[in-house]
Write a new protein. Sequence first.
Length: 202
Amino acid sequence: MKNNREEKRADLRNRLIAAAERQIAEKGLAGLKARDITAEAGCALGALYNAVEDLDMLVLHVNSRTLTRLGKTLLSAAEPADTADDTMQALAAAYVGFACENRRLWIALFEHRLPEGREIPDWHKRDHAVLIEVIIPPLRQLRPDLDKTALTLRARTTFAAVHGVVQLALQGKFVGVPLDHLRDEVAALVLSMTRGAQVART
């Protein structure tokens, strides 16, 4: 059982993560300030470093929350559809929708970097797995000829293609797709990839 001290530390950590999540959602990663977070969480500045090590680690916890929510969204979208093509389209649409509706948190998830020399904790790496794992079942239907290693690699490539289009659009890059065309263009991209998979299989 947790003792009272551990419970208080866990409660403080949760309050700090929730406060940081709200700050990022409102201001973005660049607007995140330790003093604002601790003020909202109702604790002293030094308490942050006792509860979560530092601000970078706090961001990782926020990003893990975002990944959990995104994972649930994708798993729900991946519920059995008529065809693998439909599932891939549903996954892509859900990904675009989540990114647009949680723009600053989504950007923080992929833009945050730890200082040079620091390794991303294994628990945070594992939280990313769902982004690839959810693509594998419909992709396996499209490409039953691929072995496990090739299938995982192709799932990573598929994710990267969709993610890249979404990222450029949400960052407002001049080469990016206008936001009002993003859903349609991602759908067209996925259609091209699924058709290509079917041709490659024959």
